[in-house]
Design a protein around this ligand. Structure first.
Ligand SMILES: [Fe+2]
Length: 380
């Protein structure tokens, strides 16, 4: 089969991103960014980040600038709807003028959605899906402390619908932060495990955007740089956590990977990862790293040309082998069975993955339910 993936020059797409401030030490710019929006800030974070010195310094700096701060520190991974509701309630209670998210993808996603709910009081379930958010909420500034989801620049938030054991996405330009403030120093305390997994998520964003049925030239350029940066620096960031150059590269890769989402977006790896997260609570980056080489192998017959470019960015002549090499080097070369998934679950997972058509339609090769099952079996 020939390569079916080319960039669509006749595809008209629009592209929006938040204002970005990036640089080593850039967190010192926060109070200046907050000032025009008011004097009452709600800071959204998780307990791990909330107890760190760098976090306390950020809060102290804001207070010093005359900004009153309240902290919502109860974000958990795969945040359920109640977390967003509680966060929005606190924002209303303290009459926040601005919401500041500091943390990994979950904290930033909660901040984005809570800013909207706090302002307008929408019922969360009405916001799920694409373009269901009627209008923007409170202003937001997002500071990532991981290098993976790119949530600081995406118009996407993923929450857990616990009742249905599903992860569900809210996709709307109204979720875009007013400001992404990217300071790679905030990733210095991220342990090797999460550094590896979130980095593999970033790599997946790059690969799935570049080998995407709806690829466009502008996003291609970001996607390939994501692949190149991850190939260059993920292993170093994992093995030498205080290596600032590697942390910078990974923060940049994460941001660029975030820019690949929405207008092109991801494909079968992310679609098949959904049931792993929703049902088995496997962290997003872990789920992607388990599936990535297997989906790539499935796609290879129809995307050989694009995969050879990916391979080249990774300094190899075989994209799948290069990805597996990175995964082994950073310790993410695991199997689904290592995360509590039993073989008997695979059939229902394949059925459930088929529901993620919004991503499956992007895959270079059509994925049937039987294909999804075969991929899960290979990854199990
Ligand atoms: Fe992702």
């Amino acid at each position: 089969m020939a390569d079916s993936i080319t960039s669509k020059r006749d595809r008209i797409f629009s592209f929006r991103m938040p204002a970005v401030t990036m640089g080593t030490g850039a967190r010192s710019e926060l109070s200046g960014l907050v000032q025009p929006h008011g004097k009452n800030a709600l800071i959204v974070t998780d307990p791990g980040i909330g107890s760190q010195d760098s976090f306390r310094e950020i809060v102290a700096d804001l207070e010093k600038s005359g900004c009153k701060t309240a902290i919502f520190g109860d974000v958990v991974p795969d945040p359920p709807l109640e977390v967003v509701e509680k966060c929005a309630a606190q924002a209303r209670e303290v009459q926040a003028d601005i919401v500041i998210g500091i943390g990994g993808g979950s904290a930033l996603d909660v901040a984005k959605v809570a800013a909207i709910v706090a302002q307008h009081g929408y019922e969360l379930p009405t916001l799920f899906g694409t373009d269901e958010v009627p209008q923007r909420g409170l202003p937001t500034v997002l500071l990532p402390t991981t290098a993976g989801t790119g949530s600081e620049v995406t118009p996407i938030a993923v929450l857990s619908d616990e009742e249905h054991q599903l992860k569900r996405g809210i996709v709307s330009d109204h979720l875009l932060a007013d400001h992404a403030l990217v300071d790679p120093e905030l990733c210095l305390t991220l342990p090797p495990g999460p550094t590896a997994y979130t980095g593999m998520d970033t790599l997946t964003h790059g690969i799935e955007a570049y080998t995407n049925k709806h690829a466009v030239p502008l996003i291609d350029s970001y996607a390939l740089e994501v692949v190149r940066l991850v190939g260059k620096s993920l292993e170093t960031a994992v093995k030498e956590p205080s290596n600032m150059a590697a942390r910078y590269d990974m923060s940049l890769a994460s941001l660029l990977g975030g820019l690949c989402l929405k207008s092109v977006n991801t494909a079968a790896v992310h679609a098949l990862a959904y049931p792993l997260g929703g049902r088995f609570h496997v962290p997003h980056g872990v789920a992607n790293s388990l599936l990535l080489p297997h989906v790539m192998r499935f796609n290879a017959p129809v995307s050989s040309g694009r995969y050879s470019v990916v391979a080249e960015c990774l300094g190899s002549d075989d994209a799948v082998a290069a990805v597996q090499k990175i995964s082994a080097a950073v310790g993410t070369d695991k199997r689904m069975r290592d995360f509590g998934v039993e073989e008997q679950h695979l059939t229902e997972m394949a059925t459930s993955a088929m529901e993620v058509q919004r991503l499956l339609v992007n895959n270079p090769r059509e994925v049937t339910e039987a294909d999804a099952l075969a991929i899960y079996e290979a990854a199990w």
